[in-house]
Design a protein around this ligand. Structure first.
Ligand SMILES: Cc1ncc(COP(=O)(O)O)c(C=O)c1O
Length: 306
C-alpha cells in the first residue's frame, strides 16, 4: 500500500471542482427542434464510473478516520452491478478490503465469465454468493454481517442512501444551471434524487427507469424532498434484458453521438429520450442535458472477448 487509506481517499477526491470541470458537456445531434447535450460523467474515473464516483464520496468520507489502517467496505449487488465494480475499484485505490454480497448462488462457480465480477475480483473484492430468496431479506443479511464484521462499513445495493444523494450535487455545476431539462437513467433512484434535490428552481428533472419498480417515485421523493421529478419507463423488456434490436439501436446512437454507450442504463435512457423527442415531449427550443452515468466496464463487446 502506498499510503494510509484516509490520505489516499483525500488524494483521489482532491480538487473536486477541477474534477467537475474536467467532465465535458458535448452537444449531440437529434432530428428534433431541441438542443441535446451529454455530460460525460463516465470520464471522471476509469473504473469508478460516472454517478458511482459521487455516490460513494460522502459514504466513505464519513466512515474513514485518519488512523484506520485497513478499513473494510461491504456492499450488495447483482452480477452486473456497476456499484459492485466501483466499490472494488475504490477499495483498491485506498487500500480497503472489500466484500461484495452477490445475488444468486448459481454464480458461485461461474463468476469468472462475468466481466463485472471478474474485474471486481481482480481489484481484490471477496464475494459472498447468496441465494435469491435469502438475498431479498437484505436487512437480515446486513445484521449478520454487522455481527461478523463490526468495524466494516456496510452500505446498500446501488449505494443509494442520503450520503449518496449528497454526493450527487457534484455532478451539477455552473454549466448545468441553464438547461431546461436534466435527464439520467434510474436504477435505485439515488442519482435522480440528487439531481432533483440540487437542481435550480424551474429546471425539470426526468429520470428514465430501467427497472420496473413501483416504489421508485416514493424513494425519489423521500431522498430529494421534491415531488415534481418525472419518472418515465425505459425498461424495454425488463432490467438487464435486451435483444438484437436494442443492441442495434444502441450502436446506432453511439455512432451518431460519437460516445460509447451500454445497453442497460445509458442505452435505454437515450433510446427512450429520442423516442420522446419524436413525440415532441420537450417543447421546441428546449435545452436538454443527459448525464452519461458510466457502466461501460460491464459491457464487453463480443469481438473483444477471447
Ligand atoms: C451506469 C449507471 N447509470 C445509472 C444508474 C442508476 O443510478 P441509481 O441507482 O442511483 O438510480 C446506475 C446504477 O444503478 C448505473 O450503474
Amino acid at each position: 500500500m502506498k499510503g494510509r487509506p484516509f490520505d489516499l481517499f483525500e488524494k483521489l477526491y482532491a480538487d473536486i471542482d477541477g474534477r467537475r470541470a474536467r467532465t465535458p458537456i458535448v452537444e449531440v445531434p437529434t432530428d428534433a427542434d431541441i438542443r441535446l447535450f451529454v455530460k460525460r460523467e463516465d470520464l471522471i474515473h476509469k473504473e469508478i464510473s460516472g454517478n458511482k464516483y459521487w455516490k460513494l464520496f460522502f459514504n466513505i468520507k464519513e466512515f474513514l478516520t485518519a488512523d484506520m489502517t485497513e478499513p473494510m467496505l461491504i456492499t450488495f449487488g447483482g452480477a452486473y452491478s456497476n456499484h459492485i465494480a466501483a466499490v472494488a475499484a475504490l477499495g483498491r485505490e485506498i487500500g480497503a478490503k472489500t466484500v461484495g454480497v452477490i445475488r444468486g448462488d448459481e454464480l458461485r462457480d461461474k463468476w469468472q465469465a462475468n466481466p463485472t465480477l471478474a474485474k471486481a475480483a481482480e481489484n481484490g473484492m471477496a464475494f459472498r454468493f447468496v441465494a435469491r430468496d435469502e438475498y431479498r431479506d437484505k436487512e437480515k443479511l446486513a445484521a449478520e454481517l454487522r455481527e461478523e464484521f463490526p468495524d466494516a462499513l456496510i452500505f446498500p445495493e446501488g449505494g443509494t442512501n442520503d450520503q449518496a444523494v449528497r454526493g450527487v450535487q457534484f455532478m451539477l455545476d455552473e454549466r448545468t444551471k441553464d438547461f431546461d431539462y436534466m435527464c439520467c437513467p434510474v436504477g435505485t433512484g439515488g442519482t435522480v434524487a440528487g439531481i432533483a434535490k440540487f437542481a435550480e428552481a424551474g429546471q425539470k428533472v426526468v429520470g428514465f427507469k430501467v427497472v420496473r419498480d413501483g416504489s421508485l417515485a416514493e424513494t425519489v421523493f423521500r431522498l430529494s424532498g421534491k415531488d415534481d421529478t418525472e419518472l418515465i419507463d425505459a425498461s424495454f423488456g425488463g432490467y438487464g434484458k435486451f435483444d438484437e434490436e436494442h443492441l442495434d439501436a444502441v450502436e446506432r446512437m453511439s455512432e451518431r453521438f460519437g460516445i460509447p454507450l451500454e445497453p442497460i442504463y445509458t442505452g435505454k435512457m437515450f433510446r427512450k429520450l429520442l423516442e420522446l423527442t419524436g413525440e415532441e415531449y420537450f417543447p421546441p427550443g428546449s435545452k436538454v442535458l443527459a448525464f452519461h452515468t458510466g457502466g461501460l466496464q460491464g459491457f464487453v463487446k463480443t469481438e473483444n472477448k477471447e
